[in-house]
Design a protein around this ligand. Structure first.
Ligand SMILES: [Zn+2]
Length: 154
């Protein structure tokens, strides 16, 4: 379930870069209300990284988590396909994991085998796949086509 030496197909170099970029991304967090910094980074199939942080709002529910910020940036920059996602916070035992809303958001764009590396305040990590974090999930392939739905309803 968790491991410190299973890199899920990443090279050690890719893992180290994901780790450093994820942890550094805590610095871009905008969290004047909670002070809970979250950094995130995604390794794209083209070998590039995109980072993001949580962005809070005076109207609290309007804020967005770091993982969704990162993926929104990546998707709108035309990135297709992701190899790994990192998330880092200033807590430990255990490291924070993506919230339920983010797990569903990640599901839209990533394979269930996507490794999600969760880094704690010391930079130690737990890694789980998206499928482990979101079992029996509902994704794009769960929706029948409009044509199929019409047949089902008829
Ligand atoms: Zn979230």
């Amino acid at each position: 379930m968790s491991s410190t030496n299973n890199l899920h197909g990443l090279t050690m170099e890719q893992f180290k870069e994901l780790r450093s970029k994820t942890i550094a991304a805590k610095d871009v967090a905008y969290c004047p209300y909670s002070k809970f910094r979250v950094g995130s980074a995604v390794l794209c199939h083209d070998g590039t990284f995109v980072i993001g942080g949580n962005v809070e709002n005076a109207s609290y529910p309007v804020g967005i988590c770091a993982e969704r910020c990162t993926l929104v940036k990546a998707v709108t920059e035309g990135k297709k396909g992701f190899k790994a996602l990192g998330v880092a916070t200033d807590v430990k035992n255990p490291p924070a994991s993506p919230c339920g809303m983010c797990r569903q958001f990640i599901r839209e764009f990533c394979e269930l085998t996507l490794p999600i590396f969760m880094f704690d305040s010391d930079g130690e990590h737990v890694v789980m796949t998206l499928g482990q974090l979101l079992p029996m999930s509902f994704g794009p392939d769960s929706l029948p086509s409009a044509e199929e739905m019409e047949k089902i309803r008829a």
